[in-house]
Design a protein around this ligand. Structure first.
Ligand code: AMP
Length: 189
C-alpha cells in the first residue's frame, strides 16, 4: 500500500500514520521527522534546514525530493509506505510521480484529513505544552505561518490528486480511533 496523508499542520497526520504503520505493516515516511533528526545530528542538511523550519517556511523541493527518493529505495519500503508531510507543493508531487514511474511503482491513494483552523492552532499549542516545547515551530505565530504556507502551496494538491482519481477525504475532527476507521474504510483496507 502506497499512501499519502495530506492535511494541514496539527490535523493528526503523524498520529494516524503511526497507527496505520501497525495496522497495515508498512513504514511511515515523515520528511519533517527526517529533517528534525538531521538537525539533531547537526548534518549539513540539518544546518541548512533549521532556520527555515523554525520560521515555518518550506525547505527546498530539492532537499525533500532527495530524502524521499533515497528512503523509498530502502528494503522496508518494498511493500509500500505512508508519506506524511510529503509532497507539500505541486512540483514535489510532480517529482514524486516521476520518481515512482521510474521505479515502476504506483500510488494507491491520497487521504486528505480536514479540520478547522482554530482547532488546529489549539491542538498544536497542546502538543507544544505536552512535549515541553520540543518543536521550535509549535508556537502560535509559527503555526499560523505554517497554516498560511499550507493554504497557499499545499492545498492545491487536493485538486491535483482529485484530478488523478486518487483523493479520499476524511473528517479529522472526530476522535482518533474514528479517524483511523474512516481512513481504513476509505482505503477499503
Ligand atoms: P512536519 O513535521 O511535516 O510538520 O514538517 C515540519 C517542517 O519541516 C515544515 O514546516 C517544513 O519546514 C519542513 N518540511 C517537512 N516536509 C517538507 C516538505 N515536503 N517540503 C518542504 N518542507 C518540508
Amino acid at each position: 500500500m502506497r499512501l499519502i496523508l495530506l492535511g494541514p499542520p496539527g490535523v493528526g497526520k503523524g498520529t494516524q500514520a503511526k497507527i496505520l504503520v501497525q495496522q497495515l505493516g508498512v513504514p511511515q515516511l515523515s520528511t519533517g521527522d527526517i529533517l528534525r533528526s538531521a538537525i539533531a545530528n547537526k548534518t549539513a542538511m540539518g544546518l541548512a534546514a533549521k532556520e527555515i523550519m523554525d520560521r515555518g517556511d518550506l525547505v527546498s523541493d530539492e532537499i525533500v525530493n532527495g530524502i524521499v527518493s533515497e528512503r523509498i529505495d530502502q528494503a522496508d519500503c518494498a511493500r509500500g509506505f505512508i508519506l506524511d508531510g510529503f509532497p507539500r507543493t505541486i512540483p514535489q508531487a510532480d517529482e514524486l510521480g516521476a520518481m515512482l514511474t521510474q521505479k515502476g511503482l504506483k500510488l494507491d491513494a491520497v487521504v486528505e484529513i480536514t479540520a478547522d483552523v482554530d482547532t488546529l492552532v489549539s491542538r498544536v499549542a497542546k502538543r507544544a505544552s505536552e512535549t515541553g516545547g520540543a518543536r521550535a515551530d509549535d508556537n502560535a505565530e509559527v503555526v499560523r505561518k505554517r497554516l498560511e504556507v499550507y493554504r497557499e502551496l499545499t492545498e492545491p494538491l487536493v485538486n491535483y490528486y482529485r484530478g488523478k482519481g486518487l483523493l479520499k477525504t476524511v473528517d479529522g475532527m472526530a476522535p482518533v480511533e474514528e479517524v483511523t476507521a474512516a481512513i481504513r474504510h476509505a482505503l477499503g483496507a
